[in-house]
Design a protein around this ligand. Sequence first.
Ligand code: 1CP
Length: 348
Amino acid sequence: MSETPSSSKKFLRALQGDVQDVPPIWFMRQAGRYLPEYRETRKEAGSFLDLCYSPDHAVEVTLQPIRRYGFDAAILFADILVIPDALGQPVRFEEGIGPVLEPVTTPAELAKLNGSKVRERLAPVFETLRRLSKALPEETALIGFAGAPWTVATYMVGGRGSPDQAAAKLWAFRAPDEFQVLIDLLVEATGDYLLAQVEAGAEAIQLFDTWAGSLPPSHFERWCVEPVRRIRARLAKEAPDVPVIAFPRGAGPNYPGYFKVTGVSAVSLDTGLSPEWARDNVQTLGPVQGNLDPLLVVAGGEEMRIAAARIIEALRGGPFIFNLGHGIVPQTPPEHVADLVDFIRSYR
Ligand code: 1CP
């Protein structure tokens, strides 16, 4: 944590440890299907991956929520699954199912993946970032991101989203040395990818470990904490000024240990932690972001405002960024997002 926060951007100042009366705001999945203008651009772009790999369209959808709500940070529009795609495991997104990949389940299939082409294959993503850093308002920070190795591995091994991540867990439990090869490949490729994002203009990085909560405590350290610690250490060396936020969703009582051992700059709090517990056990270690339940934004009204006020009251005494505890869902009424942003910005 820096003693003298120096950035002109509220979001970056919070990550430097600055305590602010009105917290900076951004929302996970702030670009997406709940916005009519997103659905329009998505139709134009063709497939979901075409949208991710078309800088014209990806810049447009990144900017849409900034224009509407004036969030303090924009997050690059892409997906965590562009990494398997770049490693040579093609990904497609099917309507009503989500991502579909040919599962990687053996050392022979693993050996066919190639980590040397990440920069080349993801060149359109870097172009999107270069254009965004010119197009964004002066006060808006630009966030780059990737999935954490464990979460990306659950999709690579399972071949799609699953309720329990059983395929990846079973591989990790039955043949940890084989599974380690996959994790090592992802640590390396993700580090390369994020450093290229920083070169292209990303001012902060978020690592999404959506399925961190599916590992038992006996295996959390090896498959969640250690890979993120390694990526963070590499970024700290090669891009020392760029803060890294991690989102170990479902980590529960492991949040404080995860924060300390990984050495990340901040953590994103899921919906399961009370803001008072997070204040006493997590924010004592550094800046936090979170943790309103996204379905409260679907419901809107008084219930949403009461929960938002409780989070602000609990966390604004330390470095804090207002966010949700998981991504905005497609059925969210855009007016409720506007109400929430007004409420947070006028709350005293
Ligand atoms: O139909 C559509 O238009 C596709 C919906 C969609 C969108 C808008 C997907 C498919 N990905 C995205 C964009 C996205 N994904 C962003 C950038 C936009 C933003 O935040 O504003 C980011 C950061 C992600 C990250 C992501 N993708 C995560 C981690 C965060 C989280 O929400 O937990 C995960 C798990 C994914 C995988 C993924 N991509 C898309 C879907 C439907 C899924 C989930 C699959 C599943 O497990 O069911």
